[in-house]
Design a protein around this ligand. Structure first.
Ligand code: S3P
Length: 448
């Protein structure tokens, strides 16, 4: 059943201190990539800690449709028997990527340089999102795309039978676009060069190197220049997926705004291309400590401890930090509402084309809860009321967006009146254990 078929209204009200250990699930970005690269290697890739959220399960299903053997052991270990670069079979049915922009865009890239066709669709949220940002560069390799007006799904990609390598400067800061181009480049002969003016999450580059591809990354005045040699034989890997910092953000921020809280989030990924939220929170005066900094599976990780921080203040978040916290602005705005002064967030136009228009979705709900929000095309600001002073009391629309639903439920924990969301169903795309985990720490999230 798709997420749009069922609605689960949820409510969250003030609660006692949040305490204990929050074992958040595996990283969504890395989980998608582990399955896709596993499918493009010859032989057996073993994955532990895979996020079993709906987005990633949809990618696993898609990899089976392209011919890879993907299985799960009873203990949660996943196995991918890949078909090799250029080995994808043509799927015999439509590929449904559900809610996942990362899933559909990366898979389009992975199949675009093979002589096969595939038709992609998704839920009501995904079918509104722009795909030209991916199909434009894929056309340079020789792939063709036919979709709905505005470059939207459902869409068929006809892969290039004789792909050529490309040089491409990514026009928007997007790791999905960068990754789609790099995945397409795998089956093109010769060297493909991707240039990104602003660094975005680099899990694809790290994983390509891990699978044995010839990839070079140079920091230049024009930005990050990534050069990949096509048609390698990828070597299967054993991958341990770190816990998702974007999911950790929810219990961490909940602890910061809920009186008396002290929460430990072990082994979270702290890749610098993902850690912008934590820098921002520390600038606001959050009590965060990073313990046992170490490296696991090619990614930096640490145990993060968050304690109630009643004296946080507003800050200006610079545009150059946006890519490293792009998924965290909704929950940051909840913290900002509980800080004193105004938090300004600049260079965030990409927030308007996520699972929802995240600026509009958060602004509407925060205003309904008594918080002043201003916004423009690529910026927004939240005027904080100070710790515990948000009136709350509204029902907020989640717009098929997991991070919007979770953010408002966290807002309710520190608000004067409970906050409801019209639909908590999308939470299962990235954080299926959110409700159990948060209530285990002491929250009072309930279904209504
Ligand atoms: C992702 C990249 C980001 C992010 C998304 C995951 C990825 O999207 O918002 O949740 O795994 O590459 P964009 O590439 O559109 O910025």
């Amino acid at each position: 059943m798709s997420h749009s078929d069922v609605k689960t209204p949820m409510r969250s009200g003030s609660c006692g201190p949040l305490t204990g250990r929050a074992d958040v699930p595996g990283d969504k970005s890395i989980s998608h990539r582990a399955l896709i690269f596993g499918a493009m290697a010859v032989g057996h890739t073993k994955i532990t800690g895979l996020l079993e959220g709906q987005d990633v399960l949809d990618t696993a299903k898609a990899m089976r449709s392209f011919g890879a053997d993907v299985t799960r052991d009873a203990d949660g270990v996943w196995h991918v028997h890949g078909v090799g670069v250029g080995g994808f079979a043509e799927p015999d049915h439509v590929i449904d990527c559900g809610n996942s922009g990362t899933g559909v865009r990366l898979i389009m890239g992975a199949m675009a340089t093979s002589p096969i066709s595939a038709t992609f669709t998704g839920d009501a949220s995904l079918n509104k999102r722009p795909m030209a940002r991916v199909t434009d560069p894929l056309a340079l390799f020789g792939a063709q795309a036919v979709g709905r007006s505005g470059g939207r799904l459902p869409m068929t990609i006809v892969g290039a039978a004789d792909p050529v390598p490309v040089t491409y400067t990514v026009p928007v800061p997007s790791a999905q676009v960068k990754s789609a181009v790099l995945l397409a480049a795998l089956n093109a002969p010769g060297q493909t060069t991707v240039i990104e003016r602003e660094a975005t999450r680099d899990h694809t580059e790290r994983m390509l190197a891990g699978f044995g591809a010839d990839i070079r990354v140079e920091e230049t005045d024009a930005g990050r220049v990534i050069t990949l040699t096509g048609q390698p034989e990828l070597t299967p890997q054993t991958i341990t997926v770190p816990r998702d910092p974007s999911s950790a953000a929810f219990p961490v921020c909940a602890a910061l705004i809920t009186p008396g809280s002290d929460v430990l989030v072990p082994t979270i990924g702290l890749n610098p291309t993902r850690a912008g939220l934590f820098t921002t929170l520390q600038e606001m005066g959050a009590d965060l400590t990073f313990e046992n900094l170490r490296e696991e599976g090619g990614e930096p990780v640490a145990d993060l401890r968050a304690r109630y921080s009643p004296n946080m203040h507003g800050v200006t978040v610079p545009p150059e930090r946006a890519a490293s916290m792009i998924d965290e602005y909704p929950i940051l705005s909840v913290v900002a509402a509980n800080a004193t002064g105004t938090t300004q967030m600049h260079g965030v136009a990409e927030l308007r084309v996520k699972e929802s228009d995240r600026i509009a979705a958060m602004a509407d709900g925060l205003r309904a809860c008594g918080v002043t929000v201003d916004d423009g095309p690529d910026w927004w600001s939240v005027t904080g009321l100070g710790a515990g002073n948000v009136p709350g009391g509204a029902t907020c629309a989640s717009h098929l967006d997991h991070r919007i639903a979770m953010s408002f439920l966290i807002l309710g924990m520190a608000a004067q009146n409970a906050v409801s969301v019209d639909d908590g169903e999308p939470i299962a795309t990235s954080f299926p254990i959110f409700e159990t985990l948060m209530n285990g720490l002491g929250a009072g999230i309930e279904r209504i």
